[in-house]
Design a binder for this molecule. Structure first.
Ligand code: HEM
Length: 437
């Protein structure tokens, strides 16, 4: 086929699609006339306004256009909520309507077509999977019962750090290993060997970065076929194919001592549990090393951070919001709102000392675990691991930057991805001050 004919065949449906989309978008706008809508470009709408760090782009846009703004991401109207009071409307007052999740290409693949907890639409399947996770893994009772696993793994970490006393250690890798070990022991019943642990870490990390690929299906549902032509579909197949091989091995290994297997739930636990908890530790240690006064204070004491979708029409703050509207609660931006926070960009954990501020979804200016029916079920699990690890690392060691590196040299930027990891790995020198007690 001649290149000109090929280009014509490719462009003709695109042109027809563009015309259809224009009229569809006009009719959507007529349906929801009141919502403050951002002007966008033909065809792509506001997609060009999203940089690689989407939460930061949304934050910047909301500062200019207000706390409730309707974007057109390709052909999909998406409502961005960037104030605590509006977040409360969506996640508490109308929580029963906004408890579903939109379907994205990556979430579909990650969740075996939405039969998991994290990405399934609101309904019986989600209810059942969430119950299984809560009962078998994430309840307060279960988290309490695995205290010995946490203690052993944290003791192992402290030992590995002590063995490298006075030398440079890559804390990022060590913290990743710790969280990985705890999750594997709890979900699979045993820690992984080195090779498999590295594979799981890479796959979890890739889960986050694969979210940065722009899939046509997500923004122009009728052009999903282009994902195969552009190669993004192959990337999905190969990434999730690797997960499947690994899970087949896990299931084989554990068939004898497990009565049930829920690969979709297990994959959720790895995807949602490892990246998040480990990043909280990694960012905390990075901020602490840059703030020696706060580090010292904490040491003295211990020594003594997704979209939802509506299932029916509703009205919020005078605006009519139709069924199946995608909503992004911009928690990152809300957590930095000067209306609620003094010097929000400053790392100042002392602001929480003596405050009764709740982080479990009751106070909407601070929702690191989300809120409402789709709130993170891993909150008790995560806080137990994070607190124990951080307290022990600070109790046992003083921390220095490697020689020749100053605080100013530290890159405190995020990399693109679902969970915003630090761009730079954290390398520090531990100085043992308290032997094991
Ligand atoms: C510090 C660590 C963690 C943070 C900051 C975090 C944060 C979040 C957030 C913001 C959500 C979305 C909530 C919403 O839509 O309102 C979520 C959902 C979820 N998280 Fe976590 N999470 C963490 C650790 C964990 C752990 C350790 C697990 C499991 C082992 C876990 C499992 C899940 C699951 C299954 C969901 C989906 C819940 C649903 O849709 O019903 N998370 N998490």
């Amino acid at each position: 086929m001649s290149p000109t004919l090929f280009a014509a065949l490719l462009l003709a449906p695109l042109f027809l699609f563009f015309l259809a989309e224009r009229s569809r978008r006009k009719s959507v706008s007529r349906k929801i006339p009141q919502l403050p809508s951002l002007p966008g470009l033909p065809f792509i709408g506001n997609l060009h306004e999203l940089g690689s760090l989407r939460h930061q782009s949304l934050s910047r846009l909301s500062k200019k256009h207000g706390p409730l703004m309707l974007l057109h991401l390709g052909s999909i109207p998406t409502l961005v909520v960037s104030s605590s009071s509006y977040a409360q409307e969506f996640m508490k007052t109308h929580d029963n309507i906004f408890a579903s999740r939109p379907s994205f290409r990556v979430s579909r693949a990650l969740s075996y077509n939405h039969i998991d907890v994290a990405f399934s639409p609101y309904g019986d399947c989600w209810r059942q999977m969430r119950k299984i996770c809560m009962t078998h893994l994430l309840s307060a009772k279960m988290v309490h019962s695995i205290a010995s696993v946490r203690r052993e793994e944290v003791a192992g970490l402290l030992q590995r750090v002590s063995d490298r006393n006075g030398t440079v250690v890559c804390l990022t890798e060590m913290l990743n290993e710790l969280v990985n070990n705890v999750l594997c022991r709890v979900v699979l019943g045993s820690p992984l060997g080195d090779q498999r642990r590295k594979l799981v870490s890479n796959l979890v990390q890739r889960n986050s970065t694969i979210n940065t690929i722009l899939f046509m299906e997500d923004f122009f549902p009728r052009l999903g076929w282009l994902d195969r032509i552009f190669g993004s579909e192959n990337k999905i197949q190969s990434h999730f194919g690797a997960w499947d091989v690994l899970f087949d091995e896990f299931i084989e290994d554990h068939l004898t001592n497990k009565s049930t297997n829920y690969p979709s739930a297990e994959r959720d636990m790895f995807a949602a549990g490892i990246g998040t908890s480990f990043l909280v530790l990694d960012w905390s240690m990075s901020e602490l090393i840059r703030n020696p006064r706060v580090m010292k204070k904490l040491q003295d004491e211990v020594r003594s951070i997704p979209a939802i979708e509506s299932t029916q029409d509703c009205e919020i703050a005078g605006y009519r919001i139709p069924k199946k509207t995608r909503v992004i609660i911009n928690a990152w931006s809300i957590g930095r709102d000067e209306q609620y926070w003094e010097a929000p960009e400053e790392f100042n954990p002392e602001r929480f000392v003596g405050s009764s501020l709740d982080f479990k979804g009751r106070e909407f200016r601070f929702i690191p675990f989300g809120a409402g029916r789709r709130m993170c079920p891993g909150i008790t699990f995560a806080t137990a691991v994070v607190e124990l690890t951080l307290a022990n690392l600070l109790h046992r060691f003083d921390w220095r930057l490697p020689s020749g590196i100053s605080i100013e040299d530290m890159v405190m930027e995020e990399s693109p991805g679902l969970v915003a990891p630090r761009k730079q790995k954290l390398e520090l020198v531990p100085i043992l001050v308290n032997k094991a007690t």
